[in-house]
Design a binder for this molecule. Structure first.
Ligand SMILES: [Zn+2]
Length: 85
């Protein structure tokens, strides 16, 4: 509930060598290695979790600013509280 705003899209990294997919719901690691073939070359796709064409275009434009918003202290505090209970 607290993370609803930051969980509306998922980033898929597809290995160009073997096609293995890895999913990230926020930031993609700077250095990513394929667990199957150890390749470091990927194709990146950003997919909204709600299948809405209007949201797709909107999220592509807002992806950067939304990522920065997720790092807000308020969101982090909520996450810690949820994990503790
Ligand atoms: Zn691979």
């Amino acid at each position: 509930m607290a993370n609803q705003k930051g969980s509306t899209y998922v980033t898929t990294m597809v290995c160009v060598t073997c096609g293995a997919e890895q999913f990230f719901d926020d930031a993609v690691p700077a250095s990513l290695t394929c667990p199957k073939c150890q390749s470091t070359v990927f194709r990146q796709f950003t997919t909204p979790t709600e299948r809405d064409e209007a949201s797709i275009a909107q999220l592509e434009e807002q992806a950067r600013s939304m990522s920065y918003g997720d790092a807000s202290p308020g969101t982090a505090a909520d996450d810690v509280r949820d994990l503790d209970t």
